[in-house]
Every structure is written in structure tokens, then in C-alpha cells.
Design a protein around this ligand. Structure first.
Ligand SMILES: [Zn+2]
Length: 416
């Protein structure tokens, strides 16, 4: 519960957890007593081993085909005994740990609690450990684990020799940004962008979504509901990511400005190197600002536009994963340059707009205070920013509701 000690501490909800919470609160208000017991991963593995081995072959085919590597011989998985085997078979970061946690309940953070915009995994500033065997509401599983794919499980995967995935289609081989191919996709790019970087078309978002939905179905079919919901929450994460304007547009600037910049820097490699920090600044600042503003809305019940849009999002989706990704990312992609313009003008902070200067909003560049001041001084850019972000969140709400409502024991994602 809130107390005087936490008024200055930074304790927050991650953006994914808030998107899931408000997209689904109406749905779960009708099922609020539904609870399941927290169950360890090795129990899921031993109960579903044969089905998992069979499914891993489908996943491998999807993954290697997507990367243009065909389906290599000699990668047939023969044993699945340990959590390490599971990680290897489903091509996750070998360092991955599966924590059992929940996020804060609404009454646990006071209006004065500071907003932490970093995205650390557990223990972080957002999670409370729960015991194996404890009965917890399904709603809390989804709110906590729709954050999980950002806790490192998709990082450094292209550096694992045994996986044989060659080079990432985009992004670095190691570090936090190495998860990019699994969390970003660009189905609406222009021919110019594909010409500059042909591998932009090899995003692995849909591959991971299909993997999560498949794992979820296997878990539900064996009565392992805790894992059924946890994997469904992972699927919601990837689909929420694709509705984020800086995740569905690699260079969120207007095409005209891009062409002018390219003409001044005719080598695409040099151009991207020069502008790398400029794009990273915009990406990081966007995510940190949305996280900050959503936390502020919930904790202080002020300007609820970013929250209310999730409550009323529609849930009509009936196509396959690739079609869903394409349709849910269209509006965010189209709005991305405008949103970033609003953001840069709102801050009017010189470093944000300089190539070769990296500001890290999750590190030393604290937006606390700076953003409040910017909103007071430049409210027109703040309003433009929030209204445009709402249109993207509407899509995030839509994909979340669809994935969760259709991911239940007995549900089949045949059409996916
Ligand atoms: Zn992500």
C-alpha cells in the first residue's frame, strides 16, 4: 500500500502492462474471480514434451524461411528435458530466466510516486515476486507478462553460433537493440527504404507471434493454464510493439527530409552511421515519454486521453498474423513522422535533434521535470502529440483484446 516513503521513489508500470490492463479491464471485470496457480516451466515442459518437439519443427521452418536460410539439415531437435533445452529449441537468449512476478495493483502506487521510464525486467521498479503454487488472477498474469519479451529473451540471439541464424536482418548483433528484428516490422515502407536496406522485409515479429500462440494452445490443451496465459501475453506484446510508430517505421522522418539528407550524404552506410543517434534519440524519447505520460494519467488521474482510448478500442480482427500486423501498423506508420515532429518540438531540447549525440531517456537523460516544463510551455505540441499517439494506442488496444479473448483453453488459431 502507499506510504510516505514511496512518494519520491520511482515505481512505475511498463507501457505494455498498462496497455494490457486498460484494453482488457472491461473483459476481465466479467471474469474477475478467475485465478490460476503459478506453475514452473519445467512442469510445462515435462507435460507437453512431445507436442512441443513437434511444434518446434514448425517454428524452425517459419524462422529459417523468413530469414531466407531455408530449413537446414541437422537441426532436428532430439531432446527436450530442461529449461535450457526449451530456450535453445525456441531460439531465445541463452541467459533468459523465467521469473514469477506480478505488477503493482492500482491501489499500490500513490499519486506522488515518481514515474520510472526504464524497462528493466524483474526485480526492476515494476514487479513483485510471487510464489510457485500461488493462485493469481489471469488478468495479473497478462499485465505482468505482456512486458516479458522486453526483459532480454530476444537479445543476442544472432550471436549464438549453434542457432545458425547468420546476421540479423537489421539492428546490432548484441545488446539491448539486438532484439529489434523480433520487435519491429516494416510492412508499409516505400520502395526507396527497401532499396536502401532490402532486409527490412525480414522482420521476425510474425514468427514470434505464431510461436507464442502455438505454445499457448499447447499449454491450454494440457490444462497448463498459467503458461497458456503467459504465452498469450507474450503474443500481445509483439502485436502491441508493431502498433508503436517507432517500431513500424525505421526512420521516422518525412520522406522529403529523408531524400534531402540522402542527397547530402550519398553513401547509405555513411548516412545511417551519421544519423544513428538521431534515430535512437527519437525512438528512446518517444517510448520514455509515452511511459511517463501513461503512468502520470493512471497515478494522478489527469488527462486520461491515452488511457481512455484503450477502454473503447474495438476487437474485430479475423485474418492471419501477417495481415493483422499489416493492418494494425498502418495508422502508426502513417502518423510516425508527424508524431516525432510533435515530440521534438515539444521538448525543444537541442541535444535531441543532433546527429551523433545520444541521449538515453532510460539512463542519464531524465525526462522527469523536463517533460512537465515542456507541456506548460508548449501545450499545442503536447496536444498534437497525445491526440496522434491515441490513434496508435487504439490499434494496440484492438490487437490486445483480440489475442487475449481468443486465447483460451480449446481455442484454435486456425485462421492465423
Ligand atoms: Zn518489445
Amino acid at each position: 500500500m502507499s506510504n510516505s516513503n514511496n512518494t519520491t521513489r520511482l515505481m512505475s508500470w511498463n507501457t505494455h502492462s498498462l496497455i494490457s490492463r486498460f484494453s482488457l479491464c472491461e473483459y476481465f471485470s466479467k471474469n474477475e474471480f478467475e485465478k490460476v496457480a503459478v506453475s514452473p516451466l519445467d512442469k510445462f515442459i515435462s507435460k507437453c514434451r512431445d507436442r512441443l518437439l513437434e511444434f518446434s519443427l514448425v517454428f524452425h521452418k517459419d524462422l529459417y524461411n523468413r530469414l531466407g536460410l531455408g530449413h537446414p539439415d541437422g537441426r532436428k531437435v532430439e531432446s527436450l528435458e530442461t529449461i535450457g533445452d526449451f530456450i535453445r529449441i525456441f531460439r531465445l537468449n541463452p541467459q533468459t530466466q523465467f521469473h514469477h512476478v506480478r505488477v503493482y495493483r492500482l491501489e499500490e502506487l500513490s499519486p506522488g510516486t515518481g514515474h520510472d521510464v526504464s524497462r528493466e525486467g524483474p526485480p526492476g521498479h515494476s514487479y513483485i515476486p510471487v510464489e510457485v503454487g500461488a493462485e493469481i488472477p489471469v488478468f495479473e498474469i497478462i499485465c505482468a507478462y505482456s512486458d516479458e519479451p522486453d526483459w532480454g529473451m530476444d537479445q543476442n540471439i544472432f550471436s549464438v553460433r549453434e542457432y545458425g541464424l547468420a546476421n540479423p536482418p537489421f539492428g546490432p548483433v548484441k545488446g539491448m537493440s539486438s532484439q529489434a528484428p523480433f520487435h519491429m516490422g516494416f510492412p508499409h515502407e516505400s520502395r526507396l527504404a527497401y532499396w536502401i536496406v532490402p532486409s527490412l522485409g525480414r522482420s521476425l515479429v510474425s514468427t514470434r507471434v505464431r510461436m507464442c500462440l502455438g505454445l499457448s494452445e499447447i499449454a491450454f490443451a494440457q490444462g497448463m493454464d498459467y503458461w497458456g496465459w503467459r504465452f498469450a501475453a507474450w503474443a500481445a506484446h509483439y502485436l502491441q510493439d508493431i502498433t508503436c510508430p517507432v517500431h513500424c517505421m525505421p526512420i521516422p522522418v518525412a520522406p522529403k527530409a529523408l531524400i534531402v539528407n540522402l542527397m547530402m550524404n550519398p553513401s547509405p552506410t555513411k548516412f545511417f552511421k551519421k544519423c544513428r543517434d538521431l534515430f535512437r534519440n527519437r525512438h528512446g524519447l518517444f517510448e520514455a515519454s509515452v511511459c511517463y505520460l501513461m503512468n502520470k494519467s493512471v497515478k494522478q488521474d489527469s488527462d486520461r486521453r491515452l488511457i481512455d482510448v484503450l477502454l473503447f478500442a474495438s476487437d474485430g480482427l479475423d485474418a492471419n498474423v501477417d495481415s493483422v500486423i499489416r493492418s494494425a501498423s498502418e495508422t502508426p506508420h502513417n502518423l510516425a513522422p508527424k508524431i516525432i515532429d510533435f515530440l521534438v518540438n515539444l521538448y525543444s531540447y537541442p541535444v535531441v535533434d543532433q546527429p551523433e549525440r545520444y541521449v538515453n531517456p532510460e539512463g542519464e537523460f531524465l525526462i522527469n521535470g523536463l517533460l512537465e516544463e515542456a507541456i506548460t510551455k508548449r501545450p499545442q505540441f503536447y496536444d498534437g502529440f497525445v491526440d496522434s499517439v491515441c490513434k496508435c494506442l487504439e490499434q494496440a488496444g484492438r490487437v490486445t483484446r483480440f489475442v487475449i479473448v481468443t486465447s483460451r483453453r480449446g481455442a484454435q488459431h486456425d485462421s492465423w
